[in-house]
Ligand binder design. Structure first.
Ligand SMILES: *[C@@H]1O[C@H](CO)[C@@H](O)[C@H](O)[C@H]1NC(C)=O
Ligand SMILES: *[C@@H]1O[C@H](CO)[C@@H](O)[C@H](O)[C@H]1NC(C)=O
Length: 440
């Protein structure tokens, strides 16, 4: 199941419609510091730190490139106090992909990249020079990096890669995986990766060589899953498998969200729910969702639609790499019916959404997700998607797609925006707190 991406594809036509405005402003903010967005306001130490050493550093591009070459003198810092910050931006605006991205630097000298913040994948990949079918204009060029190494076939790392293969005329370990409707072929590789100001030496990733399918990613992927080979596993000594993020609204043009890595600086007083582990889908962050309220009413959902079952993969996961929440059909129908009843008036559908209203004055109820030990009340901005043209607004959720994910509830990025979401793997918990990180 590894590498199996939860369906976002059916939503794309609607997204293009809804988000058409603003997409024109999507420039490549990554390649040249002259196109860096304005520095976000002084809303907290987090952003100051990120930007001070980012490619859009107010200290100027030299500061950023010096930073890329000289690893932070971190050897004396005890692992337990390590902390890293990286600004997060909406990939929708930068790259027309429904993901969130952070900036990273790979190789020696450092090459700039964007990596998707994806909590449902372990294996990281990066589009590499010469990749057939990779829709990227700025691939990573391994030949220009003195610290790049292919991982040899006999290496134990090779055994951890999904569908590892060693072609007869090559000594380098190759692997393949599927992502949304794309298949990707990569060479398992290592190089120095700098994210959030820290350098991870010999970071293991897939150097993409071939991509097929319409959803081939234009950016790399930072695997924040929980399984082996993930960024989290590779940086365990540094960040202790702990991170949190705040995802800005997907129309946000700025790198105004934050990825915070490490135990230090994480919220202490935050509502949490236990993490559940499924050995068959070890990357995924399963939690125990026990019910859903629409307004004050707990909607009638059969227990089986929410139950965790490692054998079938059923249950609920948090995923930053899927855009809209998908609920197992009976759960979705219960939520949708109550929303329709509360809102009243004629219902229409638009793209993949079936609960839309054209009256601009409709009043939407809040939706509360009930987890074991934690309640998350989503305000309208996390529940409703509005069409840019016209006055139509839709419930930004859908029924789970057919196939392997039919039994899986996916709490997706739209529903997590403007919240601090904490993933505390050593203590087996996930936390949620409201935090506004969309630039005004
Ligand atoms: C966000 O970026 C845009 C485009 O670069 C800029 O015009 C705007 O002032 C920025 N907003 C904030 C709050 O920094
Ligand atoms: C989920 O939470 C409910 C209510 O607290 C509990 O009865 C159930 O055992 C939990 N399920 C799992 C898999 O932990």
């Amino acid at each position: 199941m590894r590498g199996c991406k939860m369906g976002m594809t059916p939503m794309l036509p609607l997204l293009l419609l809804v988000l058409a405005a603003g997409a024109g402003a999507a420039a490549s903010h990554t390649s040249s510091p002259s196109s860096c967005p304005a520095t976000p306001p002084d809303s907290g130490a987090t952003l100051q730190v990120s930007h001070a050493f980012g490619p859009c550093s107010p200290l100027g591009p030299e500061a950023a490139s010096r930073r890329g070459r000289v690893p932070r003198p971190g050897a004396r810092t005890p692992a337990s106090s390590r902390v890293g910050y990286a600004p997060i931006a909406s990939g929708r605006q930068l790259l027309q992909t429904p993901t969130y991205v952070v900036r990273a630097r790979l190789g020696t000298p450092a090459q700039q990249l964007l990596l998707a913040v994806d909590t449902s994948n372990d294996a990281a990949w990066i589009p590499c020079a010469g990749c057939a079918g990779c829709p990227t204009s700025t691939p990573f060029n391994p030949a220009a990096s003195t610290s790049y190494r292919p991982v040899p076939c006999g290496s134990p790392l090779c055994a951890q890669a999904p569908n590892a293969a060693c072609p007869p005329n090559s000594r380098a370990c190759g692997f393949s995986l599927t992502y949304a409707d794309s298949s990707l072929v990569a060479a398992l590789s290592q190089d120095s990766l700098a994210v959030a100001g820290d350098v991870v030496k010999a970071y293991t990733f897939g150097c993409l060589q071939r991509a097929t399918g319409t959803a081939a990613p234009p950016q790399g992927l930072l695997g924040l899953g929980r399984g082996p080979l993930s960024f989290l596993s590779q940086t365990k000594g540094m960040y202790e498998a702990t991170f949190s993020y705040c995802l800005p609204g997907f129309k946000s043009l700025n790198f105004s969200g934050t990825l915070r890595l490490g135990r230090k600086g994480q919220p202490q007083r935050i509502k949490t729910t236990p993490l559940l582990a499924n050995p068959h889908r070890s990357s995924l962050y399963y939690v125990n969702m026990t019910g859903i309220r629409v307004g004050r009413k707990v909607v009638p959902i059969p227990a089986a639609a929410l139950a965790f079952d490692p054998a079938t993969g059923a249950g609920t996961v948090l995923d930053s790499g899927t855009m809209f929440t998908r609920l197992v059909a009976p759960a979705y129908v219960a939520v949708r019916d109550e929303v329709r009843r509360r809102v009243g008036g004629p219902v229409s559908s638009l793209g993949g959404f079936d609960t839309c209203f054209s009256d601009p004055a409709v009043k939407w109820p809040a939706v509360t997700l009930l987890f074991d030990g934690m309640r998350v009340t989503l305000p309208e901005e996390n529940v409703v998607i509005r069409s840019t043209y016209g006055t139509t607004s839709c419930l930004a959720m859908a029924a789970a797609p057919d196939g392997v994910n039919t039994v899986l509830n996916v709490i997706a990025s739209m529903q997590q925006q403007n919240h601090r979401v904490l993933f505390d793997v050593p203590n087996g918990r996930v936390g949620f707190a409201r935090e506004r990180c969309t630039a005004a």
